[in-house]
Ligand binder design. Structure first.
Ligand code: C2E
Ligand code: MG
Ligand code: MG
Ligand code: MG
Length: 278
């Protein structure tokens, strides 16, 4: 009897696993086709410079306008893309699209002319020597200087991997900025910060949003350490006034979050920037 039950369990598990694999494969195929068919879009979230109180940069965040499914956020499809080189194709597309958008804003000559953009790049893409060429082609194709782009790398992928570090150094030699995203969620120690080839730390929103005094102290400590290594600091996920006040008080360089602006399409962002003037 135990044997029969055991076999039954295995079969149920197999079924669930098979369905899960089939679902992921379908999603991957649909995403690949969607990327080719122009279903992906970038939304842009403003980053407020706390020294000048102005927005001179945005973060590009991908969305998938999947027919029949509405606008999907990255958490719904990036994990599947990351299982293959599809995430590199997506990264290449994001770099080209963001660069072209900056050039378009430049050409309009409005409030968004001259701003910079941060693009999220997967660890898998960072591991490929091709990334350098992808960034160079995106900038040259759009006619923008490489220092208009920041590459965001999640803390959990970077750290001490020699290939990743070498590629980041090459990107920086090109003039591209590098930001360490979601700082605080990985294993980077404050001591390591002095050796990492990055320009900016982005403090993860879980620390920014925390009501815990120990977390607030940690944020201060990280900002101080980052500055002593000449790194800039951006706080992510700022939703409340008192969080912004605390960050200003801790000499944080920049802030991003729903309080300051949600990610929006290029058209919506431009309409807001124009309306906000004067
Ligand atoms: P991330 O790079 O850390 O981006 C910040 C995320 O926090 C975004 O979620 C943004 O919409 C959200 N956010 C911003 N302000 C607030 C706030 O005040 N409160 C809350 N609760 N959330 C806020 P999103 O757009 O869903 O992106 C999730 C993650 O997906 C990103 O985290 C990034 O790691 C990844 N991602 C986004 N676009 C791309 C891309 O083009 N390529 C790759 N490889 N990954 C991407
Ligand atoms: Mg990011
Ligand atoms: Mg982040
Ligand atoms: Mg994140």
């Amino acid at each position: 009897r135990a044997k029969a039950a055991g076999r039954g369990t295995v079969e149920v598990f197999d079924d669930a696993l098979r369905r899960d694999i089939a679902h992921r494969t379908d999603l991957e195929h649909a995403l690949r086709a969607g990327l080719e068919d122009g279903e992906l879009v970038l939304h842009y979230q403003p980053v407020l410079d706390l020294r000048t109180d102005s927005v001179r940069s945005v973060e590009a965040l991908v969305r998938w306008d999947r027919p029949g499914a509405g606008l999907l956020g990255p958490d719904a499809f990036i994990p599947v893309a990351e299982a293959s080189d599809l995430v590199c194709d997506l990264g290449r597309w994001a770099l080209m699209t963001a660069a072209a958008q900056l050039a378009a804003w430049d050409a309009e000559g409005g409030d968004l002319a001259g701003i910079t953009a941060a693009v999220n790049v997967s660890g898998r893409h960072l591991a490929q020597p091709r990334l350098l060429g992808d960034v160079a082609v995106a900038c040259a194709g759009a006619g923008i200087a490489p220092d208009r782009l920041t590459i965001e790398i999640t803390e959990t992928v970077l750290v001490d991997e020699p290939t990743a570090r070498e590629h980041l150094r090459a990107l920086r030699a090109l003039g591209v900025r590098v930001a360490l995203d979601d700082f605080g969620t990985g294993y980077t120690s404050i001591g390591q910060l002095s050796r990492l080839p990055v320009d900016t730390l982005k403090i993860d929103r879980s620390f920014v949003a925390s009501r815990d005094q120990a977390h607030a102290d940690l944020v201060r400590l990280v900002i101080g350490a980052a500055h002593s290594f000449s790194l800039g600091v951006v706080a992510e996920g700022v939703e409340e006034d008192d969080q912004l006040l605390a960050l200003r008080d801790a000499h944080c360089d920049a802030a991003q979050g729903y309080l300051l602006g949600r990610p929006r399409s290029a058209v919506e962002l431009r309409a807001l920037a124009t309306a906000g003037r004067g």
